[in-house]
Write a new protein. Structure first.
Length: 546
């Protein structure tokens, strides 16, 4: 039989127990202190009351007159009984200087010696003391009775300690009732607060909370995606290492508590983070990255904040661009294969008809046309990556009814590009510019796209693409490069990202991107990229990777 192991008390339960014990100890300590203090004060008050009564009796003329008689007890005993009844003292004893009683609450004690000290009173002083007499322990005061300069008697008035204890106990009972009420209210308040704490901590104990915190920290640092948590005022409440890297925030920079608007992010990305509605798989561009952003508000009645996840799809976006190019090349090859089959059937038919010379002329003309196109591109741009891209884009453009030509002033030698300008970025820049130009020129009269690739005297690579399309409105020369801008209907995957990627790549390499009106209409996009001089040890070998 398995013995169940008791689960440790939750953090809220531990706090409740600690607070309840603390309140009980404080109330008990205060009650004890109050009891001791009240008892001391009650004894002092009893002493003052007994002193006042004793002096009043000693100063009474009737008492001095009765002392002169032959039987003082006959007049003083009724008088003492009346004083006890009206002054809340337990006894008033009047005696002669030798301490023989003239009065006593118990008549049998009259004529006997007073039990207690009288020496200070015989010296003319009034004093108080706690002493045990015939009535038990009492707080008493003793004062002399003077007749002129002579002390003719003594008066002692007292209150029993038992009576004082009863008074203090009555006060203590009231105090305990108040203390119990305070303890009850404190316990109820503590329970209510800790019930709320239990809801917030989900009933977990301190060990479980500590373990969850450790797992939480480990998970944040292990997650490769960026994670950003914002509070209700859109201030950064938490950011992991991936989020810092993707947003360009240095590890030393303390951004917790700062508004998202103060992070220096691009305006569209900042707007997405500040939006109150959820965002699903939105693509945003930073200075050098392509990010997929998802935002989700934290549930819980009032707005508590937003959870933001960031995915880096920069490499994926580049691969998608290359895949689109490869798909276009494949379609062009399929079309060319179809055309080649038609031409081959034509050649075969001419041979079967006995017209061999015409068949040779027809085949030779087709080969010369294809070779002329290749020679034209390679002669102008011998850089292999760009040459291959231009040949593929030419075939794609022809399939869409657009003529793509390389200008006569293009000149880009092989080995001129450096490792600082990777081929993938060149494909992104030139490929998207050509695709955008073909889209703009398609459907027009005499659709044509002209590509220029050259280097100038300042050591800059110039990539210029012009088209015969409708052109760009001068008021939109900046807007056209923003993510999401397009003049075409949105397709399944959305549009308006190509030119934004071009601008990102150009800026990342310290270049400039402009758009102007082309000669004869249309738009002319020009990208200028600096080519940094390489040291002798880093000069690329001819035919090496661009």
């Amino acid at each position: 039989m398995r013995i169940p192991v008791p689960r440790p008390r939750s953090l809220a339960g531990q706090l409740f127990a600690m607070q309840a014990v603390l309140i009980a100890v404080l109330v008990a300590g205060y009650a004890l202190f109050t009891y001791v203090s009240d008892r001391s004060q009650a004894e002092e008050a009893a002493g003052r009351q007994a002193t006042a009564v004793a002096r009043s009796v000693a100063d009474s003329p009737s008492v001095r007159r009765a002392i002169r008689t032959s039987d003082p007890s006959a007049e003083l005993q009724p008088y003492a009984v009346a004083v006890v009844r009206h002054t809340d003292v337990d006894f008033v004893t009047i005696m002669n200087p030798r301490g023989i009683r003239w009065t006593h609450p118990d008549p049998d004690q009259i004529g006997r010696a007073f039990i207690g000290h009288t020496a200070p009173a015989l010296q003319g002083r009034t004093f108080t003391e706690t002493y045990t007499g015939t009535l038990g322990p009492s707080v008493r005061a003793v004062t002399p009775v003077r007749d002129g300069e002579r002390i003719v008697g003594l008066v002692s008035a007292g209150i029993r300690v038992e009576e004082i204890s009863q008074r203090v106990q009555g006060q203590l009972a009231a105090l305990l009732a108040v203390a119990a009420g305070a303890l009850g209210l404190g316990a109820i308040g503590t329970y209510v607060i800790n019930a709320r704490l239990r809801r917030h901590t989900h009933g977990m104990n301190a060990t479980e909370l500590s373990r969850m915190h450790d797992y939480h920290q480990a998970a944040l640092h292990a997650v490769r995606e960026g994670l950003l948590m914002l509070d209700g005022q859109y201030r950064v409440a938490l950011i992991n290492d991936g989020g810092r890297e993707l947003l360009g925030v240095s590890p030393e920079e303390d951004v917790v508590g700062r508004s998202v608007a103060e992070l220096g992010l691009p305006a569209p990305l900042t707007g997405a983070l500040l939006a109150s509605e959820p965002r699903m798989d939105e693509v945003h561009l930073t200075a050098d990255r392509v990010l997929v952003v998802n935002t989700s508000p934290v549930s819980g009645g009032e707005r508590r904040g937003t959870v933001v996840t960031l995915r880096d799809v920069t490499e994926l976006q580049s691969l998608m661009g290359e895949l689109d190019s490869e798909r276009g090349f494949t379609q062009a090859l399929r079309s060319q294969a179809h055309e080649a089959a038609n031409r081959l059937h034509t050649v075969v038919s001419l041979i079967e008809l006995g017209r061999a010379e015409e068949a040779v002329d027809f085949a030779t003309a087709e080969l010369e046309l294809a070779q002329a196109l290749t020679d034209q591109v390679v002669a102008a741009v011998s850089e292999p990556v760009l040459a291959a891209l231009l040949l593929g884009k030419t075939a794609q453009a022809n399939e869409r009814g657009v003529e793509l030509v390389v200008s006569e002033d293009s000149r880009l030698d092989d080995g001129l590009l450096l490792d600082s300008l990777p081929a993938r970025d060149l494909v992104t820049i030139l490929g998207n510019l050509i695709d955008n130009a073909v889209d703009a020129a398609q459907g027009g009269i005499g659709p044509r796209v002209t590509v220029t690739a050259l280097t100038d005297d300042d050591g800059e690579l110039i990539l210029r693409v012009s088209d015969t399309g409708p052109g760009v409105d001068p008021d939109q020369t900046e807007t056209v490069f923003q993510r999401g801008f397009t003049t075409k209907p949105s397709g399944p995957g959305g549009r308006g990202l190509g030119l934004a990627l071009v601008r990102q790549a150009v800026i990342r390499h310290g270049g400039a991107l402009t758009v102007t009106s082309a000669e004869g209409g249309g738009a002319c996009f020009e990208a200028r990229l600096p080519l940094r001089a390489a040291s002798p040890a880093t000069v690329p070998v001819p035919g090496g990777e661009a």
